[in-house]
Design a protein around this ligand. Sequence first.
Ligand code: HEM
Length: 497
Amino acid sequence: MATSWNGLSFIFSKESYMTLILILAVTILWLLWSVSSYFRYRNRLPVPPGNLGFPFIGQTVEFLLANGTTDGIRLWMQNKISKHGPIFKWRFLGYTMVMMDQPEGNKFVLQNEGTSNHIFWPFQICTLLGPESLLIQSGERHKLARLHINRFFDHTAISRYLHGVNLQAIRHFADHWQGKEQLVALDVINLYTLSIICNLLMSLEDGPLMDKFLAEFDIFTKGAFCLPINLPGFQYNKALKARKSLLEMLDGLLEQRRREIAEARVPEASQIDILQKWLTVPDEEGNLLPDSFIKDNLILLLLAGFDTSSRTLAMTIYYIARNPHVYEEIIQEHKSILEEKRTSGKDDRELTTEDICAMKYTWRVLQETLRLQPVLLGGHRKTVRDLEYKGYYIPEGWVLSWNNRDSNYSPKYFKDPLNFDPSRWEERSPPFTYLPFGGGSHICLGYEFAKTAMCTFIHHLVRSYSWSLVNPNYDGPFIRDPIARTLDKTSIIVKQL
Ligand code: HEM
């Protein structure tokens, strides 16, 4: 009884009134905040217009079908925009997506990365890439992972690789172009870009192992952009098997390299590759990277590093062949680079970073190819809190898409947008209208490496060969599987000069 009287005395005590007042104040504040956000967002602001379709599946199938060609996706976008306006919602594999307008929407998404949104990839891509892959990390984990990789791709590192890239280009043309009258350009360029990236990462030369990598990657990439049905016979199931096989190959390589390190007999060429550094150089805290990080990021770099550049090069060769004035101008640029080297007594088979910088027109041609046939049509970020954008309420957990699809083809930003005109790159495009290498904290890490490898390739091509298209009148459709290519993979007739 005494206890309950004591309890009663607490109920009427000064402390209890204070506690009650505090609880009441917090509750009122919470209620006010909830009511205000309810009115601020739900009553006053609508969510973006659009059709979510059936639960889970939404517009997944129609989008994947449209995604098969460049024009398909452009028409899909135009159709949605004409129905709902430039900002619209739709549903993909259970995710509620918001297609943002350009350029403001692109800016809104990419500049707020890390604060109101973070990277998003559908789960099948995350599974295929692996949990340690840089591409799917966010926040501090992403910063740290990017640090481990970026030091091999900055300007100084790239200038160290240039000699090797140049030698590989020379060897590539001798092995795969010399004496040929007709070629499927994309198939042979794949060998060049894959050998360059394999060499940089792990000193892997042309041969059966490289062929196996190429074959597995083909299956792997196709499976990343299709319906994630993990049943025998389906593309996604095949891609999962390809990942397993890639991991086994990498396990073998890591084991072999560790043996060589232990026996102090690492071949000279491998001393400078990225794998060697990851296996031997500790981070600031004295730790070596775990195998899971090494393997997931080798897969990412192989994937990001070869198909992207080979597709861009094959499309560039196509566009050059179709535009004689572009062809003439690019020949002149490389002639004058060679003449300058010869008159100043330099070795004209070597290339320096200054030579790459002098390839201004070549870079404009590549930029123009990437405008008409961007490697990625856009990217996605998931909101981490409720947002307000241009009068719309976008709830936490929705996926925002920045994109290259619409602005690249818009006459508002690019005069005669369907025209292949490299000279337009004498000036910059308006901010956030053209994002071939992405933006924000996930901006392409291999940008400079890709530029160097592609310019080096074009230099050797133009100085030693002339080419024309097997199908000169072909003007589309451009297949996306998942990156753009012509139907015949740029089949060309070649002549050695
Ligand atoms: C024509 C060539 C290339 C194009 C057009 C391209 C395009 C892109 C784009 C658009 C992204 C951003 C994805 C996003 O924000 O969601 C990206 C990211 C990335 N790229 Fe590239 N890329 C190219 C070549 C390369 C090469 C040669 C490498 C490496 C050897 C590379 C490595 C990467 C990596 C590691 C990322 C992820 C960066 C991160 O998540 O922090 N790329 N690339």
